[in-house]
Write a protein of this length. Structure first.
Length: 94
């Protein structure tokens, strides 16, 4: 059915310019590694559950990650431990 087909994907890219930070979305968190670097973001989808890209947690010990809630690492916020992370079995890291 044509109505079920995915929309066409653009073949050009354009940088986001003149944007502004959205500090009101509390569902967006940062994943911070043991060195204090934020490498990926995640979205809270349920209590104790967030979703992120597979490459963000692939082959990592999730206990070495922390979830950061706040506007920026420099401004401070709340950290919480990550206890588990799973990738889709079909994820291909190559």
């Amino acid at each position: 059915m044509a109505g079920c087909a995915a929309p066409a994907v653009a073949t050009t890219s354009q940088p986001v310019t003149s944007g502004s930070a959205d500090t009101t979305d509390v569902a967006v968190i940062a994943l911070v590694d043991a060195q204090g670097r934020a490498g990926c973001t995640a979205t809270v989808i349920a209590p104790h559950t967030a979703i992120t890209a597979a490459h963000c947690v692939y082959d990592l010990d999730p206990r070495m990650l922390r979830a950061f809630f706040g506007d920026s690492l420099a401004a401070g916020g709340t950290f919480d431990r990550v206890s588990d992370a799973r990738t889709d079995p079909m994820f291909d890291p190559t």
